[in-house]
Design a protein around this ligand. Structure first.
Ligand SMILES: NC(=O)c1ccc[n+]([C@@H]2O[C@H](COP(=O)([O-])OP(=O)(O)OC[C@H]3O[C@@H](n4cnc5c(N)ncnc54)[C@H](O)[C@@H]3O)[C@@H](O)[C@H]2O)c1
Length: 366
């Protein structure tokens, strides 16, 4: 029996409800495909502040470092919104990214036909869209120093720093090529090379790495025109790779193609490579939805889809990943629906639907 260890960080709000469904789906897939996951449950975010005073307690970080992967629900909520508080739930997210060197954020965006009415895009524009956005997560403007207000000779100014080392660019670009090779073989590198020096180095590195991946077709695109084209011609894209700020904006914009935040999964991959895959943290794109927490109304599909990415990328369990993804697809197409997808079903009904299919799809159709 193959063994895996996952740090399990349900967090706040609906986090525990959606993570529980994902955990049960992974366990059911383990029974079917012959592996076992040891879940190391730890607190994070507001729950951790209440318990220990810190959003990311040392034990939680240690469990993440020791695991093959991390499954995270969501953090935050009105209870911890005091801007003067010493610790804030969101601190945990930035700390996890930098402490675990999670340099690559992956967000798949697909246009499920059953959600055509939920997307603002016309079906003929959106149908068939299947994009993987890779955002660099630990460099660029969000981490560059100096940052902040300055005053020189009585003149107040403010500075943010956009800094990338060649190695930081190369590692995410290399990963983007590898992922494009496993998909349709097209890579769009997004930058602002007509203005920014960092983008010009980014282009140079992309061209160098491209020589090692001759089967991938590469194009360079400017971020401003991409912001337009991603919504007007979403089917033109396969893998998109870009730096931190551009990726932050484009990946949220692209959620309009999917039509619902409740389906958007994400992976943040680190530098540690194991025999079975690459260490990463997996979480739904949505937040802790405090307004519906504890009501059994949360949509667990984004977290289950994130767990499928974990099975594929970090645990090397591709068959189990396929099984979870197939169950999610079927749920979207013809299963029970939570209110965010226009239905009136609860989390439990969606969980039952998924679990029976992950455990034994033949039994369902028989
Ligand atoms: N990665 C994270 O942990 C993360 C991300 C975003 C927001 N947050 C935090 O979450 C809290 C709430 O933020 P928000 O309201 O801006 O965003 P949100 O994603 O939590 O909620 C936005 C809307 O979508 C609904 N929603 C979200 N996920 C849902 C799901 N799985 N099922 C059904 N409905 C769902 C919510 O009820 C709400 O109406 C804040 O404290 C914020 O800081 C955390």
């Amino acid at each position: 029996m193959r063994q895996h260890t996952v740090a399990y960080l349900p967090g706040d709000g609906i986090g525990p409800e959606v993570c529980d469904v994902a955990r049960r789906c992974v366990d059911a897939a383990g029974v079917r495909f012959g592996f076992e996951v040891g879940w190391d449950e730890q607190t994070v975010g507001g729950a951790a502040i209440d318990a220990t005073g810190a959003a990311l307690p040392p034990e939680t970080l240690a469990a993440c470092r020791a695991g093959d992967a991390v499954l995270l629900g969501a953090v935050g909520g009105p209870r911890w919104d005091d801007p003067t508080a010493a610790a804030r739930p969101e601190d945990a997210l930035l700390a996890l990214r930098s402490e675990l060197e999670l340099f690559a954020n992956l967000r798949p965006v697909t246009a499920h036909p059953a959600l055509a009415a939920a997307s603002p895009l016309r079906p003929e524009v959106r149908d068939g869209a299947d994009i993987l956005i890779l955002r660099e997560l630990t460099g660029g403007l969000y981490f560059g120093r100096p940052q902040g207000l300055e005053e020189h000779d009585g003149v107040e100014s403010v500075v943010d720093t956009l800094r990338y080392t060649r190695a930081e660019i190369e590692r995410i670009v290399e990963l983007a090529f590898e992922l494009a090779e496993g998909r349709r073989g097209r890579l769009t590198s997004v930058d602002k090379a007509n203005v920014l020096a960092s983008s010009r180095l980014w282009r140079e590195v992309v061209n160098e790495v491209a020589t090692r991946h001759p089967s991938v077709t590469v194009e360079h695109a400017l971020v401003d025109s991409t912001a337009y084209l991603i919504l007007t011609q979403p089917t033109a894209y396969d893998v998109i790779v870009t730096e931190n700020l551009f990726g932050d904006i484009l990946s949220d914009e692209a959620a309009a193609i999917a039509g619902s935040l409740g389906l958007m999964a994400s992976a943040s991959l680190g530098t540690r490579v194991t025999e079975q895959g690459r260490f990463g943290m997996y979480e739904p794109v949505h937040g802790s939805a405090p307004g519906i927490a504890g009501q059994g109304a949360a949509n667990p599909l984004a977290t289950v889809a994130s767990a499928a990415m974990m099975l594929r990328l970090s645990l090397g369990e591709a068959d189990a990943a396929d099984a979870l993804e197939a169950a999610v697809d079927e749920a979207v197409a013809s299963g029970p629906r939570t209110a965010d997808l226009g239905g009136s079903d609860g989390t439990a009904a969606v969980a039952d639907f998924l679990l029976t299919r992950v455990a034994d799809p033949a039994g369902v159709t028989a």
